[in-house]
Design a protein around this ligand. Sequence first.
Ligand code: CTP
Ligand code: MG
Length: 600
Amino acid sequence: MRAGAATPVLAGPEPRLRLALRYLSHYRGRYAIGFAAILGASLVVMLPPIVLRDAIDALNLGVEGGPAPTMGTLIWYGLVIVGLAMIEGFLRFAARLLVSGTSRDLEYELRNDLAAHQMTLDRTFYLRSQTGDLMARCTNDLQTVRDLLGPTLIDLARILTMLIAGFFFLLTVNTRLALISYAYLPIVAIVIGAFGKQVEERYGRVQEQFGALSARVQENISGMRTIKAYAQEENETAAFGVANREMMRRSMSWAYWTAGLFPLMTLATGASVILVLWFGGADVLRGDITLGQFVQFNSYLLILSNPLLALGWNITVLQQGAASLKRISEVLSARPLIADPDVPVVLEQVKGEIVLRGVTFGYGADVVLREVDLTIPAGTTIALVGVTGAGKTSLVELLVRMYDPTDGEILLDGIDIRRLSLSQLRDSIGFVPQETFLFSDMLSDNIAFGRPGSSDEAVRYALATSQLENDIPQFTHGLATVIGERGVTLSGGQKQRAALARAVIKDPPVLILDDALSHVDTHTEEEILRRLSEFMRSRTTIIVAHRTTTLASADVVVVLDDGRIVETGTHAELLAREGMYSRFFLRQQLVEELVEDLPA
Ligand code: CTP
Ligand code: MG
């Protein structure tokens, strides 16, 4: 699950065409061969009408009393036409196969890049995005882009080369007729342009709603427990219905425009046939062109009606691909705010001294931490206390650079943490977050997540320290038990202890526990703390906690209130001061005594 190399940071979404060309250029050889084959096919398809013209003119000569062609000659004409059709078919088949196959390689590469890029993005990006929508971009939009850069591209090349080649072949027959039959093309181009714009806009809205719908499905599935607990199934189903109806409405408005193009193109080709019959027929009667030439000309129109009809459809697919490409480009161009410095400072050995200087921070306009100054000498244990919403989690998350402070600086061993590489910083800190996340994987893999391939001994030590070892026999396959998504098959306390074991096994110089034992009973917590105290002896430890035993055992207690440090000192000092901490502590003591007195 390591992040790939950071994608170059771009200002604003990369233009779609540039993005497409960047990927296409990786396969330019294969695309070039494919286009050459398509060009060949478009030229070969123009040859049978010439053979047909010669055959008809030869017959006509016979009809008018001249030398009649022999049966052998006629069969020869036929064979040439069949041969040409076979060559054309083969070239088209080869081009399609090559380019469609290549678009799968391109899709594979783009999907890998998307996944690697998402690993580089930070919390701020994910706070702004919805999981379902991101997933839609990586699946649905990616497929649309693949179809654009595969079959659609090859079709567009076929259409364009045929229309151009066709015009030249028409010119060889009769300039005036050629100009007449292509006269309406500018109008067609304008109409297609207008339709295409509508299609792109509407398809963009369809995909946007699909993203919203996916986000809803994703939230409903992960929030199913809450929905059921509050008996909100019907409301949620109704709300989904509304979003789904909107999806249908947008799809229909898109479908009207794509459906309209086809009949319009049929009309346009029909009109050109009428014009050519009218003017060309007169030319034949006047003897300006031969009957064979007239048939040749009409054969071209027949051949060209196919790409013209396909043009409309392919333009719509092109516009849809463009809309999807934009959505993918938005993800690929998102830049992480938290990134490695160009030249990171490397600490030989992290001792674990942490200093905050004038740290101010807020998620949006609201300030959550104000001018926080704090020095934590290496190897000490500090307890961070404060009411809910005081900013404790925000403070510890700044230490691992989930976010950067808006003002002030944070130093690790005297170095601003923004000058360290993210991997060194995060490797140095064992962070047990307030919300535990476990992967749907084996318990042992979850614990060794930060240190894959840890020795059995290390695993056992982590299990003992976190007191998870006593629970292992409960699991069907012990440590090899695969736990449910996000750890749903574990109890709250088991999840927290697994997360603690995950941090302990990293053997980090700094340990941060953000309310990490809140779901563990008092006795187990005491046992964990007793075992941890040995582990913490040589390490810097920050514990966000409520329990009196934890608070009393810390070297220093720091009280946070509304984003400010209001009291700092040893447990005894702060008790004696009879300020916020002593009130907090005494109240907590009462609560714990009450709980102790309750019958088991
Ligand atoms: N906050 C926010 N956006 C976030 C996380 C938090 O605006 N993504 C705000 C919260 O609403 C709160 C403040 O930041 O007002 C501090 O939050 P936090 O640091 O999480 O508070 P804690 O002290 O950790 O509170 P608790 O004891 O409940 O964990
Ligand atoms: Mg918190």
